[in-house]
Design a protein around this ligand. Structure first.
Ligand code: NAD
Length: 389
């Protein structure tokens, strides 16, 4: 008999021998997994917005979770309630440094995700995307774990095709201020596919579109958190550009469900996960003002450089291969998110550091004219107007 929580290999072996006269190792592994679905799962970036929700779902399903994070864009608060869970282990570690653990599955989420955070230290962002993926793929290869990469719709850049299908190669500016993230995520996808082709590592790649919900960092500068914060304070709501640019917003519970289904699927090529319902930024601001009962006014500022005009996932692949589609309507999800923000103790969150996440093209182009070349004097281009969404 296996101990509680251990794979029941003996029972599987007996069953296999009874059926086939001898134990077939593959059938054995399969049978033991069926008898005992308990898995050891590593979640990098597990203390972040998506990661903390994912850890909770994995624990609820009876798995053992190692949450690896360096709290670069998150804090203990997100996972403090999990610390005493018998199946939860937290490891403070930077994913750019190799890490070893015996695990069955890896969700690689560690990476600053909002422009404010990923442009704070763009070189580090590129390094996390590349080295983090490399280290985790190395681990997956070594322990034969299945590994999922949290990629992004940003790999499509300022898309010339809408909705974006997985076949679209994207339109990314490789030297723009968003490139550290966009190109970082693109090269991470390349690494994933090459580890599969070269070493047969079982990979999964989720191209995640804009996701929102409770546990978002109040100062992460993402459009939903920004608008809610401004609406609850009755401050002006800042819209960059005219507000006609569109986004699709996926509620976090739906997204995490998609990640789990993708991990359990046999999809090797990237899969879009997001909500295909499209809203303009102006519509989003108006809806948040209404739901928050706010007196905020809407004001406009220049559009940041390389800000995509349109973002809408084609989720046909996810619907067919994962039997997945988002179920939460924007209004319902926003209500839950607004309630979360309404009761947040802001003293427990760090304010953002100086960044140029909202550097706009005009500033950049003017700077280029002044400096002559982007590499001529980076320091003089680095300081750009700051904003809040
Ligand atoms: N939320 C979205 O809308 C969205 C959209 C597309 C892709 N993604 C991807 O999903 C993943 C999670 O995003 P999120 O929204 O939860 O962001 P988040 O910033 O809340 O979480 C990222 C987590 O990674 C950790 N981290 C950052 N650098 C690290 C390092 N070097 N070592 C260890 N941990 C590190 C952070 O501390 C944080 O806890 C990211 O990879 C992001 O690119 C998210």
């Amino acid at each position: 008999m296996a101990e509680a929580g251990e794979p029941d290999i003996t029972a599987a072996r007996e069953e296999e021998i009874a059926e086939n006269g001898t134990a077939n190792e593959f059938a054995l592994a399969l049978r033991s997994a069926q008898l005992n679905p308990f898995l050891r799962v590593l979640v990098t970036g597990g203390a972040g917005f998506l990661g903390s929700h994912l850890c909770r779902r994995l624990l609820a399903a009876g798995h053992e979770v190692i949450c690896l994070d360096n709290f670069f864009t998150s804090q203990k608060l997100n996972i403090v309630d999990l610390m005493d869970h018998p199946n939860f282990e937290f490891v403070r570690h930077d994913v750019t440094v190799p890490f070893f653990a015996e695990v069955d599955r890896i969700f690689n989420l560690a990476c600053p995700a909002s422009p404010v955070h990923y442009q704070y230290n763009p070189i580090k962002t590129a390094k996390i995307s590349f080295c983090g993926a490399l280290n985790m793929l190395g681990l997956a290869k070594r322990v034969r774990a299945r590994i999922l990469q949290a990629s992004t719709s940003e790999v499509y850049g300022d898309a010339q095709q809408t909705p974006q299908t997985e076949q679209y190669w994207g339109n990314v500016n490789p030297i723009g201020v968003r490139a550290c993230y966009d190109e970082g995520k693109r090269v991470a996808e390349t690494l994933f596919l090459d580890y599969h082709r070269q070493h047969s590592v079982q990979i999964r790649v989720a191209r995640i579109f804009n996701t929102y919900g409770p546990s978002m960092h109040p100062y992460d500068g993402r459009v939903v958190s920004n608008f809610i914060m401004q609406a609850l304070a009755n401050d002006d709501i800042t819209i960059y550009g005219s507000g006609t640019q569109t986004r699709s917003f996926c509620f976090v519970d739906d997204l995490v469900d998609g990640l789990l289904r993708l991990m359990d699927s046999d999809m090797i090529t990237p899969v879009n996960l997001g909500n295909p319902n499209e809203f303009t930024i102006l519509e989003l601001a108006q809806l948040i003002i209404k739901l928050a009962g706010s007196k905020s006014r809407i004001i406009n500022k220049p559009l940041p450089q390389d800000d995509p005009k349109q973002r809408k996932p084609d989720i046909t692949v996810a619907m067919r291969a994962l039997d997945w589609q988002p179920r939460t309507q924007l209004e319902e999800g926003l209500r839950a998110t607004i309630e979360y923000f309404r009761h947040l103790d802001m003293r427990k969150f760090k304010k953002p550091t100086e960044h140029n996440a909202h550097a706009n093209s005009e500033h950049y182009e003017e700077c280029m004219r002044r400096v002559g070349s982007p590499t001529g004097d980076r320091g003089r281009c680095a300081r750009a107007p700051t904003g809040s969404s």
